[in-house]
Design a protein around this ligand. Structure first.
Ligand code: ZN
Length: 351
């Protein structure tokens, strides 16, 4: 049986290259036996492409709490790191974009600026990558850099990772917790939404708090998209979407990508890969009940999260799709969830 292609809402692979740039040929082309992504395992799992995030790591303070230890033992309520200015963020962002452009030069991946580019890359057997920013730290409040990044291929942007930016406020990692954690977009954030609409850059609402989400909903003329978030009704994490938010996403013909992070999947909020398919399927069923079949897809968080042992890494994607089949999802729905819905919402967003 041929593999069902998967187009994915979020990965942090570029962070691995940022941390070990001298080794990037091994990490990408042959795999180093670590992490959840590399080219051979993508091919083995049917991973056809997705959003590749530029994300600026915070400098780690000597007294910073151990986030992983906290998420292993809920309840947890983690403080957010401080804002990072655009001058400090820019060299890091440039390095990460540079790594993605190097990947393109190896002939194995295309940085896609349109859905025609995505379809062509998929047909040619190259990974179809979207240059995405998770947190707009590399862009100043005057927004000039947004135009530079757009010219470099940026087609998707989250105004915040959870840490605050000059544009808005994200949710602290909290379980249990509501996504309603603070103020909405700043004045610069409101201008950012307008400028992204004008440039047809997709806005990603994962990590925004609820007031920021509502501000984008009121201002944006594009479908509302959360690339890697789950259902708050199943797992009450601050990072998950309430039923009200899910209905708003459906109303705009938007999109949600299922996040594989176990702390957002498990009902007990614990970061622990020892789970069966039950929690994954409960999230999928709930999301489908509110979003409908055309507005849900996958948003793995590969290389950024502890994921269910049943998936393991990107080569395990066929096992996830088989779990959907065993649960009774038909082949047409599986194709929508695996890749077709992402391409359709990008068509609606990018025009
Ligand atoms: Zn994220």
């Amino acid at each position: 049986m041929t593999l069902t292609p998967v187009f994915d809402g979020h990965n942090d692979f570029l962070l691995r290259l940022l941390r070990d740039p001298g080794n990037r040929e091994t990490i990408w082309l042959t795999g180093e036996g670590k992490g959840q992504l590399d080219l051979p395992r993508m091919r083995a799992g049917g991973f056809a492409g997705g959003f590749f995030a530029i994300y600026i790591p915070s400098p780690r303070a000597h007294d910073a709490p151990d986030f992983n230890a906290a998420m292993d033992n809920p309840p947890y309520d983690l403080p957010l790191p401080e804002l990072i200015g655009d001058a400090a963020a820019l060299p890091v962002a440039m390095a990460m974009a540079g790594h993605l452009m190097w990947m393109e030069r190896t002939g194995t991946l295309t940085i896609c600026r349109s859905t025609a580019d995505i379809r062509a890359a998929m047909a040619a057997g190259r990974i179809a990558a979207i240059l995405h920013m998770e947190g707009a730290e590399p862009i100043g409040a005057d927004l000039d850099a947004l135009h530079v990044w757009h010219a470099a291929g940026l087609r998707s942007l989250g105004p915040v990772w959870s840490r605050p930016t000059v544009f808005g406020h994200g949710v602290p990692f909290r379980f249990p917790g509501s996504p309603d954690t603070g103020p909405g977009l700043t004045e610069a954030g409101r201008r950012l939404v307008g400028e992204c609409n004008a440039l047809r850059i997709m806005l990603d609402l994962s990590h925004l708090n609820e007031k920021g989400f509502d501000d984008v909903a009121a201002l944006s003329d594009a479908p509302l998209v959360a690339t890697h978030s789950n259902a708050h009704a199943i797992t009450p994490s601050s990072r998950n979407l309430t039923d009200r938010q899910l209905r708003m996403i459906a109303e705009t013909k938007g999109m949600v990508g299922l996040n594989y992070a176990t702390t957002f999947l498990r009902e007990d909020g614990r970061q622990d890969p020892a789970i069966g398919w039950g929690p994954v399927l409960r999230h999928m069923d709930h999301l489908l009940s509110l979003l409908g079949e055309d507005h849900l897809g996958l948003g793995s968080d590969f290389d950024g999260a502890t994921i269910p042992q049943g998936i393991g890494d990107v080569a395990g994607l066929p096992r996830l799709l088989d779990a959907f089949r065993a649960h009774g999802y038909g082949e047409p729905l599986i194709e929508k969830l695996a890749w077709k819905n992402w391409l359709a919402v990008l068509d609606r967003t990018w025009g």
